[in-house]
Design a protein around this ligand. Structure first.
Ligand code: NDP
Ligand code: 8X3
Length: 251
C-alpha cells in the first residue's frame, strides 16, 4: 500500500513542489489550501501523471472548524505517514510602531494557530496507527530577527519552539518531528508579503540565485526517506549567496 502525505498550502511554492515530488515517489496525497481551482488542477495533473490517489480539502488553516473537517476523511485516508506543515505567509514589512495589527493577526493565526490546529488532528491519527513524521516549515526568520521582520520572525520563532515541543511530546508515540528552516526561496512569498507589488517582490531575489521550491522539496524528500531509526531534528538551508537574513552577495 502507498504511503500517505498531507501537505498544507499545496497551491503554490514549496507545498506545490512537495506535492509533485511526493507524487513522483508514489505517495498518495491529501492536499490543502484556500484556492480550490489550483487544488483541482494540481490533483488532476498528479493523478494523470503518476497514477496516485489525491484527496483535496479546501480550507483556511486559521479556521478551526474548517480544519476539523479533516475528521470527515475515511479511516483509510487517516493513516497519514507524513504531515508537511507548510501553509504560511508574511504580510508587510514595517516597524513595530506602525505595522498593521490586521497583518499581525493574519500571520499569527496562520503560521502559529493554523499549524497547531492541523497538528492536533493529524498527530492523533499518527498516535492511533503508531507511527508518523511531522515536518514543520520554519524559516531563517525563526533563527534570526531582522529589521521590520518583527511579527513574521516571532511567528517563525514560535514554529521553532513548537517543533521542539512536538518532538518531546510525541516521543512516546515514535513520531518523528523535523523543522526545515529555509532562507530566501523564490516563490509567491514576497508577492504575498508586498500585497501584489510584483516589482518590489522581484527585487528581493535580484542579483543572486535564490533557492527554488524544488530545492526545498528535494531536501524534504531526503529527510522523509531516512531509515526508521534516523531523524533529522532541525535543518537550516540557505542560498549559497546568503549568509544571514541581512548578508546577501548580490552581483
Ligand atoms: P507561497 O506564497 O508560494 O505559498 C504559500 C502557501 O500557503 C500557499 O499554498 C497558500 O495557499 C498557503 N496558505 C497561506 N495562508 C493560508 C491559509 N490561511 N490557509 C491555508 N493555506 C494558506 O509561499 P512559500 O511556498 O514560500 O511558503 C511556504 C512556507 O515556507 C511558509 O510557511 C513560509 O513562511 C515558509 N518560508 C518561505 C520562504 C521563502 O523565502 N519563500 C523562506 C522560509 C520559509 P492559499 O493561498 O491557496 O491558501
Ligand atoms: C522567509 C525568509 O528572510 O524573508 O521566511 O524572512 S525571510
Amino acid at each position: 500500500m502507498s504511503k500517505i502525505a498531507l501537505i498544507t498550502g499545496a497551491t503554490a511554492g514549496i507545498g506545490e513542489a512537495c506535492a509533485s515530488l511526493f507524487a513522483q515517489q508514489n505517495y498518495d496525497l491529501i492536499l490543502t489550501g484556500r484556492r480550490k481551482d489550483r487544488l483541482d488542477a494540481l490533483a488532476e495533473r498528479l493523478v494523470s501523471e503518476y497514477g496516485i490517489r489525491v484527496n483535496i480539502l479546501t480550507m483556511d488553516v486559521r479556521n478551526k472548524e474548517e480544519v476539523e473537517k479533516l475528521e470527515t476523511l475515511s479511516s483509510d485516508w487517516k493513516k497519514v505517514d507524513l504531515l508537511i506543515n507548510n501553509a504560511g505567509l508574511s504580510l508587510g514589512m514595517d516597524p513595530i510602531n506602525s505595522g498593521s495589527t490586521t497583518d499581525w493577526e493574519v500571520m499569527i493565526d496562520t503560521n502559529i494557530k493554523g499549524l497547531l490546529y492541523v497538528t492536533k488532528v493529524v498527530s492523533n491519527w499518527m498516535i492511533q496507527h503508531g507511527s508518523g513524521h511531522i515536518i514543520n516549515i520554519g524559516s531563517i526568520a525563526g533563527k534570526e530577527t531582522y529589521l521590520n521582520g518583527n511579527v513574521y520572525c516571532a511567528t517563525k520563532h514560535a514554529v521553532d519552539s513548537l517543533n521542539k515541543a512536538m518532538r518531546i511530546d510525541l516521543l512516546p508515540h515514535k513520531i518523528k518531528v523535523t523543522a526545515i528552516h529555509p532562507g530566501a526561496v523564490d516563490t509567491e512569498f514576497s508577492e504575498v508579503r508586498f500585497k501584489g507589488d510584483k516589482d518590489r517582490a522581484k527585487k528581493v531575489y535580484d542579483g543572486y540565485e535564490p533557492l527554488h521550491a524544488q530545492d526545498i522539496a528535494e531536501t524534504i524528500w531526503f529527510i522523509a526517506s531516512r531509515p526508521a531509526h534516523v531523524n533529522i531534528n532541525d535543518l537550516l538551508i540557505m542560498p549559497t549567496a546568503q549568509a544571514s537574513t541581512s548578508h546577501l552577495l548580490r552581483e
